[in-house]
Design a protein around this ligand. Structure first.
Ligand code: MIG
Length: 796
């Protein structure tokens, strides 16, 4: 379906407004041809637009929206003028023109944020009885577009057309589209003002960002409703945060899930799994999780174990656990058609599988051979599915990996269009359910894993998903290739997912298909350790891909980068906590760091991680550094403490033992000692790296037990570190809230970049002997030991 090239004769438009009704936050505009527009002010900044074309709205339903979101009531003013209606919130002004129901939104200074071009229109689809719903907006001057989930395009989407129809895309490439995920949410930026646009429609949808017509951005779907949410920033981070609040945030993962994960298709039999696990411990390369891909099962039957390869899974999983490994297993949606298989029997007995329109069960081949597929859009089926995890979890499994849930089928790629779904009581065909199938599978899996992991936290990972899926599982970018271009893509895809509400993402480090060179593997790993989800995965028909597979020197480098991830764990965990608390994206493209500097608009390699770090991977062979754009402000080069002013391109020296990495001046970066896995030993000392700034800065540290639900009841601690520097002094204040006392009893505070020699030091106004301060002459750092409950530290 092509939007603007379509036969115009078939396109239908709203008529003129003849009536209007207003109830609290809801405004209804009735047109003379039965079109109704329902505008709902959810907050002062989030406005929902929903259109009906036949004089009535169908039942309202969405899988995307969070059930726990509590919007702040807007304050509203409503006026009717001769040719338009006007809804004013505290932040924006919405105009609805009586002629053609056209919409425009301004900010309070009168700047146009969005404005309809042809606006809402539709076309009747004779074949399905659906309306192809469309909307077109004017491109504002200098407008840029970001977002849309896992798209493998340049960061900035202007000039692109993209499609949402989750697909199993083995060996996809740059500009392949669609991919696995369906996140119909984008962010617009013009006049340095950002807004978001979430088109909550699960049918196959398209977005055209000034591609077909350079002055028009439009989007459309092959059925369902025109139903979108406008989200006002003006800051980019606020747009993503609000979208994430609206569609939901995940719960805090167990801390180990932020460790390093090792995967392969497949590690089997048991001896091989043990050998890999031992390989990590022998070489002292930290690792927390090991994965079992489809070969652990009996003939690929979900919820079974191969007796030959894994005769005693419970014992094996326990032994792995004793060595600190959490075992994660894959579960696919296809259930083998096999009369002797209990899962199949239960599915048939209870009619849990999807049917074709005329009644037969939906069948398709996947790994087990011919399969039926659960209808995860039915609550009873999700309950059943959740229950199936009981035994796996009782065997000690700590996480579950959902694959092939686009859904993927060997014959035609996915289900035929006529397959029926319950859709939580709103029966529909595959056309509507396709894009949410994977998400509902992940939801059912999450329910089960959560239930049986209790009182510990669940860990789940999914390949496909729709907006809101971030509530249920982490994700990865699918079947990439061991190439430099794919590493470059992984960087962009993870950032893009992050600004699309889905921060807990990573790529198959080193590439899934083919074998990376040692150099590529190390460069990729150096990037991967800064992604919220950090896992090496590869396909078994290619070479080995463990951190020690590329020679001695590379093994040492792999160890070093993985160790760095473990050292930065409190920083990553804090960043995660900020994401689950405020909806803040964990990774931020450069434009998110400074939208007032238009130099950042087309950049894509550099990204921020959390409050204080800037990373820029090297994605070319044989490089000893790279140029990158450092955002405004002052930055320390992590590796040598060199201070550089941003707002310009800089050269970052980075042989294979470094990744370009900068720390914001004023930052306090918390670090743990290296552990081989989370829980290996108690942390006895927390290191705080304090980076001097002439001025003030604030940093955060979140701490809790790292598992369980104590934090929900306040068993956690939020520490705020305020630094204030002058040319002659530095002051660090610590403010804490919450009830959690970490096990460690010492803070090792390392002061970086002081522009003066320390002669006086005071902690909580008590002076400390200068002889107790260690000075590193090479790096020019000072190290001071103190207690975790210190309140203020001053040096001058
Ligand atoms: O048809 O389970 O993306 O990570 O190793 C391939 C085997 C099925 C695709 C996943 C990949 C996984 C593989 N799976």
């Amino acid at each position: 379906m092509i939007n603007d090239l379509a036969n115009r004769k078939g396109e239908l438009f709203p008529g003129n407004i003849i009536d209007c009704r207003h109830e609290n936050n809801n405004f209804y505009f009735y047109c003379d041809n039965n079109v109704i527009l329902h505008v709902k002010a959810i907050t002062d900044k989030i406005i929902r637009f929903r259109y009906a074309v036949d004089g009535d709205f169908p039942k309202d339903f969405s899988y995307a929206l969070s059930e726990t979101y509590q919007p702040e009531e807007p304050s509203l003013e409503f006026k009717e003028k001769t040719d338009h209606f006007r809804i004013t919130t505290n932040r924006i002004i919405i105009t609805i023109w009586k002629e053609n129901l056209s919409v425009r939104i301004l900010d309070k200074s009168g700047t146009i944020l969005i404005e309809d071009e042809r606006g809402f229109h539709w076309e009747y689809d004779r074949e399905t009885g659906n309306n192809v719903v469309k909307i077109s907006k004017k491109v504002q001057s200098g407008e840029h577009y970001y977002g849309l989930g896992d798209k493998a395009f340049n960061m900035n989407l202007r000039g692109r057309r993209v499609q949402n129809w989750g697909s199993d895309t083995y060996g996809y490439g740059k500009n392949s589209d669609p991919l696995y995920k369906n996140i119909p949410f984008y962010i617009g930026l013009h006049q340095k003002i950002a807004y978001g646009m979430f088109f909550d429609n699960s049918f196959r949808s398209y977005f055209d960002f000034a591609a077909e017509r350079s002055n028009v951005t439009s989007y459309w779907a092959q059925g369902g409703e025109m139903n979108y949410y406008f989200i006002y920033g003006p800051e980019l981070v606020e747009v993503t945060a609000q979208y994430t609040n609206l569609t939901g945030k995940p719960e805090l993962p167990p801390l180990w899930a932020l460790g390093y994960h090792q995967c392969k298709w497949s590690y089997y039999p048991e001896a091989k799994v043990k050998e890999i696990a031992a390989g990590f411990r022998e070489r002292q390369i930290p690792c927390d999780a090991i994965y079992l891909d489809i070969d652990y099962m009996e003939g690929f039957r979900c919820f079974t174990w191969s007796k030959e390869y894994f005769p005693d899974p419970k014992r094996m999983v326990q032994e792995l656990a004793q060595a600190g490994f959490k075992t994660v297993v894959i579960i696919d949606p296809g259930i083998k058609v096999d009369k002797d298989y209990w899962v199949y029997q239960e599915g048939i007995a209870n009619d849990y599988f999807c049917h074709r329109a005329d009644g037969p069960l939906m069948k398709g081949s996947v790994w087990p051979g011919l399969c039926n597929f659960p209808d995860f859009t039915r609550p009873a089926v999700r309950e059943w599915w959740a229950g199936l995890f009981k035994e796996l979890m009782a065997a000690g499994i700590k996480g579950v990996w959902n694959d092939m849930n686009e859904p993927a089928v060997f014959e035609q790629g996915t289900f035929p269009d006529d397959v029926r779904f319950d859709h939580d009581g709103h029966a529909c065909s595959h056309k509507k359910a396709h894009n949410i199938y994977g998400m509902q599978m992940a939801r059912a899996t999450y329910m089960g894993v959560k239930q049986y992991a209790f009182p510990n936290r669940p860990f789940t990972i999914t390949r496909s998903g729709y907006s809101g899926v971030q509530r249920f599982a982490s994700t990865w970018t699918g079947d990439n290739i061991a190439s430099w271009e794919h590493m470059w893509l992984a960087n962009i895809q993870c950032q893009r997912l992050s600004i699309s509400g889905y921060s807990f993402a990573g790529s198959d480090i080193g590439g899934f298909i083919e074998t990376p060179s040692g150099e590529l593997y190390i460069r990729w790993l150096a990037l991967g350790v800064f992604h919220p989800f950090c896992r090496t995965h590869s396909s078994g028909d290619h070479g080995d891909q463990e951190p020690w597979s590329f020679g001695e020197e590379n093994t040492a480098l792999a160890r070093k980068f993985i160790q760095l991830r473990y050292q930065l764990m409190p920083y990553m965990y804090t960043t995660f906590w900020q994401y689950v608390t405020h909806g803040t994206p964990m990774l931020k493209p450069l434009v998110y760091l400074d939208q007032y500097d238009s130099e950042t608009y087309l950049r894509m390699a550099e990204f921020g991680l959390g409050e204080n770090l800037l990373i820029c991977p090297i994605t070319q062979p044989e490089a000893d550094g790279r140029w990158l754009y450092l955002p405004r402000g002052n930055w320390y080069y992590f590796w040598n403490d060199e201070l550089t002013a941003g707002g310009k391109e800089v050269w970052a020296e980075a042989g294979l033992d470094r990744i370009p990495m900068y720390v914001q001046a004023g930052a306090v970066i918390p670090m743990y000692p290296v552990r081989q896995y989370v829980g290996e030993k108690e942390i006895e000392e927390l290191t705080l790296h304090v980076y001097f700034k002439n001025g003030a800065h604030q940093s955060t540290l979140f701490e809790d037990a790292g598992d369980g639900y104590g934090y929900v009841n306040g068993e956690c601690k939020v520490k705020k570190f305020a630094t204030a520097g002058t040319t002659k002094s530095l002051n660090v204040q610590q403010n804490t809230t919450g009830n959690f006392t970490p096990m460690y009893t010492t803070y090792k505070i390392i002061l970086h970049g002081l522009p003066f020699a320390v002669t006086v030091a005071e902690i909580n106004d008590q002076s400390i002997a200068i002889s107790a301060i260690e000075k590193d002459e090479v790096l020019n750092t000072y190290t001071i030991y103190t207690q975790p409950d210190f309140q203020t530290l001053t040096v001058n």
